[in-house]
Design a protein around this ligand. Structure first.
Ligand code: ASP
Length: 353
């Protein structure tokens, strides 16, 4: 071989070696797909009607070829459902799988694709029961994968970028959508149609992410993931907790029905400061006397539900939800009931989590 040929061969070898080395350095991210609009499909690209959970995880990943530049991706299909169908079984499967993956040295971060309808609940559930400092990032979309200007691909790209980011470690479970990074405990879905649906009134974003470049402003205000005292790794079933919506003229019958149906906890989505009609209060007090844990939350999206404001929680044995909305109060109560029925301890959990 001539000297010229040999040096070209060596240069090529070195180049391939460098490419391989830099490829090895990319973070390893696992995408756990659960369904939702992000995996939804419609017959045309400009129609409101569509079905959630139609497209598998491989297709979601293929739709974003840019992912290859930032991470080594593996996909797993946990479920393929609209998140209106999200349930305890999938929650437990998801939490256990995240805990297994997070323990592996060759997993740097986890992304969960999920419908937006109940992302609040799943994100908060995971925030209470997964045990890791590694990034666990949920994302979804408001437009199905087949839509004109689908928001899913950029959301997945940004979610993976956050999952790859060392600065995202130890911030609890995160949600990435429409260039925002939100805390699992602190965001709400505010619009049934707008791509800027997730907002964090009263708390603020954890950060922003713009074409994969993340900036962080804060950490969660309450305990999360590895800091909590909850674990579901050996749990097969979660306790039944109902939410009863309050309105004028409520006669308390739905609360009585929940008691008869064997619910272990009841969250009232009360009016104002977790208030309710006298009839509902009476039915709830009866439930509390029977040992059912009763939490007063509010249907009002912001504010604080304190103890003993217009209702005597001390006397009636109720728990106040403090900052948690009814859907998150239900999640915390389900997890809390795995440990205790003591209302004082559960009230403490509402302050801490
Ligand atoms: N119904 C859908 C879901 O939650 C809506 C969405 O993903 O935005 O799965």
């Amino acid at each position: 071989m001539s000297l010229f040929k040999r040096s070209r061969f060596t240069a090529l070898f070195v180049l391939l070696f460098v490419i391989q080395l830099s490829a090895q350095k990319l973070p390893n991210i696992v995408i756990l797909a659960t369904g939702g609009t992000i995996a939804g499909a419609a017959e045309t690209n400009v129609q409101a009607g569509y079905s959630s959970g139609q497209v598998g995880v491989d297709i979601l990943i293929k739709a974003v070829p840019e992912l290859k530049k930032i991470a080594k991706i593996k996909g797993e299909q946990v479920s393929n459902i609209g998140s209106q169908e999200m349930n305890d079984k999938v929650w437990l499967k998801l939490a256990k799988r995240i805990n297994e993956l997070a323990k592996k040295d060759d997993v740097d971060g986890i992304v969960v694709t999920h419908g937006t309808d109940t992302m609040e609940e799943t994100a908060y559930f995971l925030n209470l029961v997964v045990k890791t400092k590694k990034p666990v990032v949920l994302t979804g979309s408001m437009r199905p994968s087949t839509a004109l200007s689908a928001d899913g691909p950029l959301n997945i790209f940004n979610a993976v970028a956050v999952a790859c980011d060392i600065n995202a470690w130890d911030r609890g479970v995160l949600v990435v959508a429409n260039d925002k990074i939100l805390g699992a405990r602190d965001f709400i879905k505010t619009s049934s149609t707008d791509v800027e649906t997730f907002k964090s009134p009263g708390f603020g974003w954890i950060g922003t992410v713009h074409y994969g470049v993340a900036r962080y402003y804060r950490k969660p205000f309450t305990k999360y993931t590895y800091q909590t005292e909850f674990s579901v790794d050996r749990i097969k079933k979660l306790p039944k907790v109902a939410i009863i919506y309050m309105y004028s003229n409520n006669n308390g019958e739905l609360i009585e029905d929940a008691v008869e149906d064997g619910y272990e906890g009841i969250v009232v989505a009360g009016v104002g400061n977790g208030n309710m009609t006298k009839a509902a209060e009476k039915a709830l007090a009866k439930a509390a006397k029977k040992g059912i844990v009763c939490v007063r939350a509010s249907r009002v999206p912001t504010g604080y539900i304190d103890r003993n404001v217009e209702i005597n929680d001390d006397k009636l044995g109720f728990v106040a939800s403090y900052q948690l909305n009814p859907q998150r109060a239900r999640v915390l109560l389900k997890v809390a009931l795995l440990k205790t029925k003591d209302t004082k301890t559960i009230q403490k959990y509402f302050a801490e989590y």
